[in-house]
Write a protein that binds this ligand. Structure first.
Ligand code: NAD
Ligand code: UD1
Length: 337
C-alpha cells in the first residue's frame, strides 16, 4: 500500500517507516524538521535499502498537502506530525492547538480532496487523565490534564466525527503508553533536542556522561517503591502496531481507539536498575518532589489491540534498556555526530 507518514523523520515515525517497508509498503514522508533532521531519512534508506519519498513542509499548509496527495496518491496516512512537550503546551496553548488540532484538520481536508479514506492517528494514554481504575481500557473516561492531552482528545473527536460522516472511511486512534528503546541496528533512536523531559532519554544521557544525575520526581507515591509506575513499550513494537493498524483500517470503517502498551508497569527505580544492567555502570540519582501534573501509575489493558488488530508487544524491559543504551552509546550526540 502507498502510505503517507507525516512526521516520519521523528522518533516513532522513523521506526515505523522501517516496519512498513519490511512489509512491502511504499512510504512517503512529510516533515517540517521542527523536531528532527533529514539525516534520519538517510539512515532509514540505508537500513532498508529502499526508497523513501520525502517532502519538506508543514502539515498545516494546504499547498504542500495538495502536492503530496497528487504526487504520491496515498492509500493511507499515518499522522505523527505534532508537538508533544506537556510543559511547553501549557505555556504555548495556541501553538499546540494550531499544530495538533489544526494540522489534523488540514490533513483531513487534503485527504477528502483526493478521496483518501484511511488514517492512523498518534494519540496518547494521556487522554485518560487521573485513573478511575487501572489498567485503563478504552472505555475509561477521558479527562486530559494538560493542553497537550486536550489537543490529542480534540483531534480524536474530529477524526471520529469525520469517519462517521464520510462514507467508507476509517480512523484508527492509537493511544500510546510510554514509548522507549531504539532500533536494534543502533542507527536510529530518540534524539531529544533540549534537556529530555522523559525518563528513559534522561537516564541514557546520564549513562553516557552528558548529564550528572537523574532527578527522581517523587518517592512518596502509593506504589511499591514510592516512585511512579508506567507502561513502557518498545518503539519497534509500537511501530509494528501501526502496520497492524494499516491492515485493520483497510478492512473496517468508522473510528476506533486502541491502547498500545504491554499491560506491564515498571517504576522509576525499576527502570534505573534495568538500565544499570544494560550499561554495566551505576546511574547517579537525586531526589526531588513530585513533578506537577504527574500521576502515580498508568497501565494499559491492551486486549482490544490483541483481539482486533492482532497485535501484542513482544519486547521486554531488558530489550528496551539494552537497545536504548546501544543507540545512545553509539550516538552520544544523537544525529549530530
Ligand atoms: P517527534 O517529535 O520525534 O516526531 C514528530 C515529528 O513531526 C518530527 O519529525 C517533527 O519534525 C514533525 N513535525 C512537528 N510539527 C510538524 C508540522 N507542523 N508539520 C510537519 N511536521 C511536523 O515525536 P514522536 O515521539 O515521534 O511522536 C510522534 C507522535 O506521537 C506525536 O504526535 C506525539 O504527540 C505522539 N505521541 C508520542 C509519545 C511519546 O512519548 N513519544 C506518546 C504518545 C503520543
Ligand atoms: C509524560 C507526559 C505525558 C506523555 C508522556 C509520553 C507529563 C506530566 N506527562 O508522561 O503526557 O504522554 O510523557 O511522552 O509530562 N521521571 C523522573 N525523572 C525524570 C523524568 C521522569 O523521575 O527526569 C518519572 C516521572 O515522574 C514518571 C516516570 O518517570 O513517574 C515517567 O516519566 P515520563 O517519561 O516523563 O513519562 P510520563 O510521566 O508518563
Amino acid at each position: 500500500m502507498r502510505v503517507l507518514v507525516t512526521g516520519g523523520a521523528g522518533y516513532i515515525g522513523s521506526h515505523t517507516l522501517l516496519e512498513l517497508m519490511a512489509q512491502g509498503h511504499d512510504v512517503c514522508v512529510l516533515d517540517n524538521y521542527s523536531n528532527a533532521t533529514p539525516e534520519v531519512l538517510n539512515r532509514v534508506r540505508g537500513l532498508s535499502n529502499g526508497n523513501v519519498t520525502d517532502f519538506t513542509g508543514d502539515v498545516r499548509d494546504p499547498a504542500i498537502l495538495n502536492r503530496v496527495m497528487q504526487d504520491f496518491r496515498p492509500e493511507a496516512v499515518i499522522h505523527f506530525a505534532g508537538l508533544k512537550a506537556v510543559g511547553e503546551s501549557e505555556e504555548k496553548p495556541l501553538l499546540y492547538y494550531d499544530v495538533n488540532v489544526g494540522g489534523t484538520l488540514a490533513l483531513l481536508h487534503a485527504m477528502d480532496r483526493v478521496g483518501c479514506k484511511n488514517i492512523i492517528f498518534s494519540s496518547s494514554a494521556t487522554v485518560y487523565g487521573e485513573p478511575v481504575y487501572l489498567p485503563y481500557d478504552e472505555a475509561h473516561p477521558t479527562a486530559p490534564m494538560s493542553v497537550y492531552g486536550q489537543s490529542k482528545l480534540m483531534a480524536e473527536n474530529i477524526l471520529t466525527n469525520w469517519a462517521k460522516a464520510t462514507a467508507g472511511t476509517s480512523a484508527v486512534l492509537l493511544r500510546y503508553f510510554n514509548p522507549v528503546g531504539a532500533h536494534h541496528s543502533a542507527k536510529i533512536g530518540e534524539d531529544p533536542k533540549d534537556i529530555p523531559n522523559n525518563l528513559m532519554p534522561f537516564i541514557a544521557q546520564v549513562a553516557v556522561g552528558k548529564r550528572d544525575a537523574l532527578t527522581v520526581f517523587g518517592e512518596d507515591y502509593d506504589t511499591p517503591d514510592g516512585t511512579g509506575l508506567r507502561d513502557y513499550i518498545h518503539v519497534v513494537d509500537l511501530a509494528r502496531a501501526h502496520v497492524a493498524a494499516i491492515n485493520y483500517a483497510d478492512k473496517s470503517t468508522g473510528a476506533r481507539p486502541f491502547n498500545i502498551g504491554t499491560g506491564q508497569s515498571y517504576s522509576v527505580r525499576d527502570m534505573v536498575a534495568a538500565f544499570e544492567r544494560a550499561c554495566g555502570s551505576p546511574i547517579k540519582t537525586k531526589q526531588a518532589p513530585r513533578r506537577a501534573g504527574d500521576i502515580a501509575a498508568m497501565q494499559a489493558d491492551a486486549s482490544r489491540a490483541a483481539a482486533e488488530l492482532g497485535w501484542t508487544a513482544e519486547h521486554g524491559l531488558d530489550d528496551m534498556t539494552a537497545s536504548t543504551w546501544a543507540w545512545q552509546s553509539a550516538n552520544p550526540n544523537g544525529y549530530d555526530n
